[in-house]
Design a protein around this ligand. Sequence first.
Ligand code: FAD
Length: 380
Amino acid sequence: MQRQIFTDEHEAFRGTVRTFLAKEVLPHYEQWEEDGIVPREAWLAAGRQGLLGLAVPEEYGGGGNTDFRYSAVLAEEFTRAGVSGLALGLHNDIIGPYLTGLATEEQKRRWLPGFCSGETITAIAMTEPGAGSDLQGVRTSAEDKGDHWLLNGSKTFISNGILADLVIVVAKTSPEGGAKGLSLVVVERGAEGFERGRNLDKIGQKSQDTAELFFNDVRVPKENLLGELDGAFLHLMTNLAQERMGIAVAGIAAAEHLVEITTRYVKEREAFGRPLSKLQHIRFEIAEMATECAVTRAFLDRCIVDHSEGTLDAVHASMAKWWATELQKRVADRCLQLHGGYGYMTDYRVAKAFTDGRIQTIYGGTTEIMKEIIGRSLLA
Ligand SMILES: Cc1cc2nc3c(=O)[nH]c(=O)nc-3n(C[C@H](O)[C@H](O)[C@H](O)COP(=O)(O)OP(=O)(O)OC[C@H]3O[C@@H](n4cnc5c(N)ncnc54)[C@H](O)[C@@H]3O)c2cc1C
């Protein structure tokens, strides 16, 4: 089915992203995967190309365009290219809204120009060894010391954890407040007592640096509180819908791409004297996956448009996230099976998509948590 949500401007932007990937990313990508990290130069190149801070107002160096369809194009093209390491979606769509929506004028002037140029790489640190799905279990604390916050605790699984220059940290500011006692504080590279653990060894997304972060008596300036004191929970709830949409958009794009690759493969690969595609079972497999992708695409495109117009609610973003990522997981598994032994070889695209994509149903809120959000809202 012809997609109807993009204009010529969006398609021109798609061309720019493809050129960027071909020139600045794909020639180096294997090396980045081996290194477990991308060089800072790649972020600067993305900044020069105008791919950072798409929604940041122009006066701070951004693109000044809050149409989420541009973010969707970026996520789709990175996914189709099999690139997970250079986490522009995390920076633009997950962290960006915290800075544009919550920062004071002084903070915007301090942080946004570097955010848009690629000089300031960002991360958001919610998860702790003892608190993932349940953020009420956060133990990292920021104690009010008059002229600064004294930050103590640790975070884990933080994307961009090694590269980040600016980390938004979820910390307890009112010990008795539960979910209502959490705030967002910004820790900058070089702060005394801020240390990073090793780059964690993952089964996929090898060039994406993911790390533990440690805060030992870090003095965070008072002017680095982001948003309302004790207001983190509300800020997170507001921004998590966009995070989930970004992940969902990548999920359906990955599933569609896998079906395309596998359709080509089964036409070429022969068994029992004829192409695999001549076997009815194989045709049914492709037919089922293509149908599931087409149905999901219609829902996702509607969610993308609604989100661009500011009308998508948290429940529909959660539906999009769990549905598209679970589809991606199922499709990756079935496509790998259809590739036989070749599907298990890391130089085959389907193998990489299988391991790179597996995290999608876990981060940004697990499938189970998405169903909790939806169920609670329906049964309230
Ligand atoms: C590669 C990677 C990158 C990440 N990037 C970041 C990042 O940048 N910033 C950040 O803050 N975090 C990040 N995370 C953390 C991620 O968001 C968490 O791993 C995720 O939210 C799940 O938390 P958990 O690992 O503690 O699992 P748990 O919360 O311990 O969950 C374990 C299992 O129990 C289930 N479960 C938990 N509660 C319920 C419930 N109420 N009902 C039903 N089932 C439930 C879960 O669905 C899951 O299946 C990242 C993780 C990975 C692996």
